[in-house]
Design a binder for this molecule. Structure first.
Ligand SMILES: [Zn+2]
Length: 192
């Protein structure tokens, strides 16, 4: 997700300093809608090695370089179930997380919210999408240790948006067909 519409509520958070002993991230270009890697489910992560930790660092670097608040691995062309986020909750607190093999759980009676949503893979455009106002994701970190993120606000939308990515779904897939075609065309991408 791009940071765009959330800047007024959250200020402009500086990139989070990462632990000094981790790998240095390399910025990768963000893959655009239409690339097959974005439109199929990603493979579960089964090996928790230095390559996975390098991937995490690369994803974080790529997210900040693109002024994003969330990024899924397939958005830099990697077929693996992992996303990173640095995204404000409803009170403007930063939710910084990496989740490998995420499982999304939406509260049964979660309030629904409709907010303008954007995506680094559909650059420059936004459209309203209905989502649950609160969300929980469970999974593991890059060392295989359990992770649980329970949040609200833009961060809850981010959890749903990034988990969607790993299932091969972009937010534009949740729009009606004419709106999807218009958004993709406005972004300079092929309508579908
Ligand atoms: Zn996205």
């Amino acid at each position: 997700m791009p940071s765009g519409e959330i800047e007024d509520t959250a200020g402009a958070p500086a990139p989070a300093p990462r632990d000094g002993d981790g790998p240095v991230g390399v910025v990768h270009p963000v893959v655009r809608d239409g690339d097959p890697v974005l439109h199929r489910p990603c493979a579960p992560v089964t090996v928790f090695d230095d390559a996975l930790r390098q991937l995490e660092a690369d994803m974080v670097a790529s997210m900040y370089a693109a002024d994003g608040v969330g990024l899924a691995a397939n958005q830099i062309g990697v077929d693996a179930r992992i996303f990173v986020m640095d995204c404000p909750d409803a009170r403007g607190n930063r939710v910084v997380a990496t989740v490998v093999n995420p499982v999304l759980k939406l509260p049964l009676l979660a309030r629904r919210v409709t907010e303008d949503e954007g995506c680094l893979s559909v650059p420059g455009e936004t459209a309203p999408v209905e989502r649950a106002a609160t969300a929980v994701v469970t999974g593991v970190d890059v060392f295989g240790e359990p992770v649980r993120v329970s949040t609200d606000g833009v961060a809850a939308v981010c959890l749903q948006h990034e988990t969607d990515h790993l299932d091969g779904t972009l937010y534009v897939d949740r729009l009606d067909a004419p709106t999807r075609a218009a958004v993709l065309t406005a972004a300079g991408l092929a309508p579908r």
